[in-house]
Design a protein around this ligand. Structure first.
Ligand code: SF4
Length: 366
């Protein structure tokens, strides 16, 4: 069976050939699936009835469904998304004046073990498949249709939900093709951002193969602190990571975003701000300062707002473009770092695997 949200021109062609249908029907099928959001071939009214019946036997339906919706007081909407095997991941719709950003997941759980992130406690359960990544976007588009958001439609897509997207590059790159292709969802790569803890070879591969934006989670200005917060720093330290960022083929007029979660007394001093400025020398960059969102059992406290603003000022005064990312959706555990599929299968996974379980293909170990 072909997964309906993994369909590409290359995949549909041989099926139509085998069914005796002309190749140009492929464009119609893709139009129904991606543009008209119709996953059921029986409902593809421009196809002959016999072909609709044949395709219904070839395609499996959507690989994802909404299990639970939670709406924050600030309008942020979190979708707990159930996969065919019962696992749960989370997607978050974040309306903001003229923008509507969708944050999606790339794995069930995560192997990276960042200590400031609730997802890390689940360990890695499994990678998402192409159709499960694309399916989250289709679910969110249907959700937008149900709910009157101020923005006209989805404006930005970010891979900052559960999982390390570059640890699942084999599904990420084909999913990005479907999401951005004119025959697919047609989302401009300029409006798509993939966030990583800094898997250096995969960063190169992503930018070689796609035109999306890159965000790098930095969150410390010394290896000593970063190693404690983010185990990936033992594999690629700050010098490896920032050296790679200097060499990346970032398109003209684009910048790498560096994400920096502000942790009280850990990484938020004036010295940190000064070190950050010098670390980013020679990189076309901007810094996104993120308010830490506590979760049950978290080891950290958020930096006070005054400290975050002083840190931002110290960066701006030294010519570094720095913005504050306000916390959104914290009351429904939809904020940055809080996603952990609470109340579902993944909670049981948490009990089984403990904190930050490493998988057999854990890039931290290579
Ligand atoms: S911050 Fe991202 S990479 Fe780190 S554990 Fe959480 S989901 Fe994984």
């Amino acid at each position: 069976m072909l997964a309906v949200h993994g369909l590409t021109p290359a995949a549909i062609g041989p099926v139509l050939d085998r069914l005796g249908a002309p190749p140009w029907r492929g464009a119609q099928v893709l139009d129904w699936v991606y543009r008209r959001e119709t996953a059921d071939p029986e409902a593809m009214a421009t196809l002959p009835a016999a072909l609709r019946r044949s395709l219904a036997a070839e395609f499996s339906g959507p690989a994802v469904e909404v299990a639970v919706r939670s709406v924050s007081a600030d309008g942020t909407r979190k979708l707990a998304v159930r996969l065919a095997d019962g696992e749960l991941v989370e997607s978050v719709l974040i309306p903001d004046r003229h923008r509507l950003t969708l944050c999606i997941s790339s794995q069930v759980g995560c192997a990276m073990g960042c200590r400031f992130c609730a997802t890390a406690r689940l360990g890695l359960r499994r990678h998402l498949r192409v159709e499960e990544i694309v399916g989250q976007v289709q679910l969110a588009r249907a959700e937008i249709g149900r709910q009157a958001f101020e923005a006209p439609g989805l404006t930005n897509l970010v891979f900052m939900g559960m999982g390390e997207p570059l640890h699942n590059l084999d599904a990420l790159v084909p999913a990005l093709e479907i999401l951005s292709a004119p025959w697919g969802l047609g989302i401009s790569p300029r409006r798509i951002t993939v966030s990583t803890v800094g898997l250096v070879p995969q960063m190169h591969e992503l930018l070689d193969r796609t035109g999306v934006n890159l965000a790098v989670s930095l969150t410390a200005t010394t290896d000593e602190v970063r190693r404690d917060l983010m185990p990936i720093d033992r594999r690629w330290d700050l010098s490896d990571l920032l050296g790679a960022c200097r060499a990346l083929p970032v398109p003209r007029r684009r910048r790498i975003t560096f994400e920096y979660v502000m942790l009280s007394g850990v990484n938020d001093t004036d010295d940190d701000a000064r070190r950050l400025v010098s670390l980013l020398q020679g990189i076309r960059s901007k810094v996104n300062l993120i308010f830490f969102n506590p979760f049950p059992g978290a080891d950290f406290q958020p930096s006070p707002r005054a400290r975050v603003e002083a840190f931002q000022r110290a960066l701006l005064d030294r010519g570094v473009n720095a913005t504050l990312r306000e916390s959104r959706g914290a009351d429904v555990a939809a904020a940055c770092g809080q996603l952990a599929a609470q109340g579902g299968v993944s909670t049981r996974a948490s009990a089984r695997s403990g904190a930050a379980g490493a998988s057999s293909d854990d890039p931290r170990a290579s």
